[in-house]
Structures are given as structure tokens and as C-alpha cells.
Design a protein around this ligand. Structure first.
Ligand SMILES: [Zn+2]
Length: 106
């Protein structure tokens, strides 16, 4: 893999180091999860998507599904499937990774 500065930086599962998302796919760091800060990503890989569930978050009711590392099974965050609030619709199809569950690397 070629290295081009920070563009090739990626986030790995903290537990097993498998690559999960590229720096380019990071949309926002302004999210919160139970464990603290969480990041919003446009795309992830090496992930297994869990069962759909409804969850009430600070900004409204969402249909989400848990994200699990495909290598070690650790729960890393969730995917927004559906948002009830019109102004939250931009989150649909995007991915939350909890900061405490991922590590930045190359
Ligand atoms: Zn893992």
C-alpha cells in the first residue's frame, strides 16, 4: 500500500487492528456514544451489521443496526438506517464508530 501523507491514514479496530475506515471517509467527530466521543463515517469495511433496532438518541428516534468487527466480533458502533426527523435524514446509511473502540494508524 502506498502512503500519501494523512490521506492514507486509517482507523483500525482497537482490539484486533483490522482496518475499518479511511481518514477520507470521516465526516464528523461531533458525535456521542455511551462510551464517549464517536465519529461519523461515510463508509466502513470488515464489518458485520447486526439486527435492526429502534433507539432514542438525543436528536430523535432512529432505526439503527449495531456494527461488529468481522475479525474479532467486537461491537464498534452502529449504522443509521432510518431517522424520524427530517433534518436528521442525512445520517441515513452512515456509520458511527465509537472512539474508544478504534485506533488511528497507517
Ligand atoms: Zn476487531
Amino acid at each position: 500500500m502506498e502512503i500519501h501523507g494523512d490521506q492514507s491514514a486509517l482507523y483500525r479496530c482497537r482490539n484486533c487492528q483490522v482496518p475499518i475506515a479511511f481518514r477520507d471517509e470521516l465526516l464528523s467527530k461531533n458525535y456521542m456514544a455511551k462510551t464517549g466521543q464517536a465519529f461519523l463515517f461515510s463508509n466502513v469495511r470488515n464489518i458485520v451489521i447486526g439486527q435492526k433496532e429502534e433507539r432514542t438518541l438525543i436528536t430523535g428516534v432512529y432505526t439503527i443496526a449495531g456494527l461488529f468487527c468481522s475479525n474479532c466480533g467486537e461491537e464498534l458502533g452502529w449504522k443509521y438506517l432510518q431517522a424520524s426527523e427530517a433534518r436528521q435524514k442525512f445520517k441515513e446509511g452512515k456509520f458511527i464508530l465509537e472512539r474508544s473502540k478504534i485506533a488511528k494508524g497507517y
